[in-house]
Design a protein around this ligand. Structure first.
Ligand SMILES: [Zn+2]
Length: 339
């Protein structure tokens, strides 16, 4: 499999040397990725937003629970954390804060530390980045991605599975149908931005998307495929596919997009975000970096930086490497917000 990988991998990577070449590559790559993700089968529907709950949190933040329809009969619940100064403020910045594994979906990201299991996840990964953003005066929109939180499927409903997800089961259903969990979550992200635009309460020209781990994966895909996202923060999810697929073969299959590796590596996908603002966080000892360690990360970041250099936009790409393992970092959050 390693020999096969080396023979056929990354045949459509980002090798542009001019802006025009880059834009041509990006257009072709976007069409190809939409097909590989299975997005060409998704169908529009009315979003039908429901505000199901409003709770006052400490620190002058209102937490709304909103549910939207992303496909016919597919509903996505989310918490929206609204600092008082952002209510009805068309200058307020929106951060879509995507969730990864082992956090109970929106509950960790929105900082629901009153739930003991969620508190443990927050302590372990700094998982409450949605709440951290709201405390810094941003609107933080924290959805349940497919298979997590209130969207767990039959296999793992019940309190004992509260932090777990059924993304694995979803991936096994999707793959034989030519669909992908990454594609479904990206679609839900498109529809969430539609909702933000429809609601029209905050700045819709400067929407950001952030996420840690599996949430970083979602932020990367949404930023790459939706130009309405103007800033992306990817934490704990940037490394070469070769190590991920052939060595870290116990990773959850909700990451997998069949045939993707033949066309592009992860850095190529993130390069599509150029020249929009992009921040990448890596842990020096993150096990997901694979046997190649931080070199396996840096090679992807080099691909991304090459794209930014074509736009003389080196200031719009930032790579922060932190000591330690797989976790979100808040140390530079205020700098990210002002970037
Ligand atoms: Zn998964």
């Amino acid at each position: 499999m390693q020999r096969e990988y080396d023979k056929y991998a990354r045949q459509d990577g980002m090798n542009a040397v001019t802006r025009e070449e880059f834009l041509g590559w990006k257009e072709k790559t976007k069409a190809m990725l939409i097909r590989l993700l299975g997005l060409d089968r998704m169908e529009m529907c009315n979003i039908k937003p429901i505000v199901a709950e409003k709770v006052r949190l400490d620190g002058g933040i209102t937490r709304e629970k909103v549910i939207i329809q992303t496909e016919e009969d597919v509903w996505m619940p989310m918490y929206i954390l609204i600092p008082d100064e952002c209510a009805g403020n068309s200058n307020a910045k929106c951060y879509i804060a995507m969730c990864g594994h082992q956090g109970g979906g929106k509950y960790s990201v929105a900082g629901c530390a009153d739930i003991p299991q969620v508190k443990e996840a927050i302590d372990r990964f700094n998982y409450d980045y949605g709440l951290a953003l709201a405390k810094q005066g941003c609107v933080a929109i924290c959805p349940d991605c497919r298979g997590f939180g209130e969207r767990r499927d039959m296999a793992k409903q019940g309190d004992e599975y509260f932090l777990e997800g059924t993304c694995y089961n979803l991936a096994h259903m999707a793959e034989p149908l030519g669909m992908t969990v990454a594609g479904m979550n990206t679609w839900d992200g498109f529809r969430l931005i539609d909702y933000i635009e429809e609601r029209g309460e905050w700045d819709t020209d400067d929407i950001a998307c952030v996420g840690f781990s599996g949430g970083g994966m979602q932020a990367m895909w949404l930023g790459a495929l939706d130009e309405r996202v103007k800033k992306v923060i990817i934490s704990g999810y940037m490394y070469g596919f070769r190590d991920a697929h052939l060595y870290l073969n116990n990773n959850c299959s909700c990451n997998y997009v069949p045939h993707l590796w033949e066309h592009v590596d992860m850095g190529d996908i993130a390069a599509m975000i150029a020249p929009r603002r992009l921040i990448i966080q890596s842990g020096l000892d993150d096990h997901l970096n694979g046997p190649g360690g931080i070199d396996n990360v840096n090679k992807q970041v080099d691909i991304i930086k090459k794209a930014y250099s074509l736009f003389d936009a080196g200031d719009n790409i930032r790579h922060d490497v932190f000591p330690g393992g797989h976790m979100w970092h808040n140390e530079h959050l205020s700098e990210y917000i002002s970037m």
